[in-house]
Design a protein around this ligand. Structure first.
Ligand SMILES: NC(=O)c1ccc[n+]([C@@H]2O[C@H](COP(=O)([O-])OP(=O)(O)OC[C@H]3O[C@@H](n4cnc5c(N)ncnc54)[C@H](O)[C@@H]3O)[C@@H](O)[C@H]2O)c1
Length: 253
């Protein structure tokens, strides 16, 4: 039985990429912990379906079509909870793609641009839209889902590793920028977590990544959600610009 974080009660959270995988687990956990949660995803139909299953009254949830690469779509996803609930307290930047697993010479311009624009550009656009609201209220929690690939670099995943390293840099810079304003910005760096994203990469690549995990297993989305929920709460109060490992022992830093 998961412990509820009482201090998330009533907080308004936006979770990007919340229709499935880690985003769904995080959004579900924040809802369970008493938050009001926007499930934003490119796949609005699945986000809607998930919300219907979790909160039949719709009192504490919203499902929105969101494309994190489009600033206008991001603005609309921020305006919706601000109009309905009066603000945004929590942003979890989770939407992302792995891209194709190929050696560098075989990567196309589109492989590079699409991964950078979704995985790094999306985090920038969402933070930029949300931070002024958090500044007005003097409280905020931003959690960016980076990856072990951003710390260590995975072969055959150049765009992904570069984008996730960028997310770590963005987290550190923004954490410092907002450090005295009550807004904490942290990142988590999962190793392999069992979700649909693994279908985008080759079985050899998954095997390589799992072989590097000392615990010898993949992680579960709920395990990531538990760490993220703490980072979204008042209990997390003296950490910002930090990178939290969740890799079954792969990273020792
Ligand atoms: N699963 C892993 O092994 C793993 C490991 C480390 C980091 N991560 C990161 O965790 C995050 C979630 O991954 P996951 O495994 O749950 O993936 P997933 O493929 O299961 O889910 C990703 C979700 O993001 C949505 N999405 C994609 N592009 C979008 C866009 N432009 N705008 C809005 N939504 C969009 C998809 O529709 C999907 O619902 C990603 O940032 C990923 O890089 C995953």
């Amino acid at each position: 039985m998961q412990q509820e974080s009482e201090n998330i009660t009533g907080r308004v959270a936006i979770v990007t990429g919340a229709a499935r995988g880690i985003g769904l687990a995080v959004a579900t956990r924040l809802l369970k912990d008493g938050g009001r949660v926007v499930f934003g995803d490119l796949d609005g139909t699945e986000a809607e379906r998930r919300v219907g299953l979790l909160d039949s009254s719709g009192d504490r949830t919203m499902a929105l079509v969101l494309d994190v690469t489009r600033p206008a779509s991001v603005r609309a996803a921020v305006d919706a909870p601000v109009d309905r609930w009066g603000g945004v307290d929590i942003l979890v930047n989770n939407a992302g793609i792995a891209g194709r697993s190929l050696p560098l010479p075989e990567l196309t311009d589109d492989d590079w641009r699409s991964v950078l624009e979704i995985d790094l550009g999306g985090v920038f656009y969402c933070c930029r839209a949300v931070v002024p609201h958090m500044q007005r209220q003097g409280w905020g929690r931003i959690v960016n889902i980076a990856s072990i690939a951003g710390k260590e670099g995975n072969p055959n995943a150049i765009p992904y590793s570069a984008a996730k390293a960028g997310v770590i840099g963005l987290t550190k810079a923004l954490g410092k920028e907002l450090a005295t304003q009550g807004i904490l910005v942290n990142a988590v760096t999962p190793a392999v977590i069992e979700t649909d994203i693994l279908r985008q990469v080759s079985p050899e690549h998954v095997k390589y990544m799992v072989s590097r995990i000392p615990m010898g297993r993949t992680g579960r989305a709920e395990e990531v959600a538990a760490l993220v929920a703490w980072l979204c709460s008042d209990e997390c109060s003296f950490s910002t610009g930090a990178v939290f490992d969740i890799s079954g022992g792969r990273a020792t830093y």
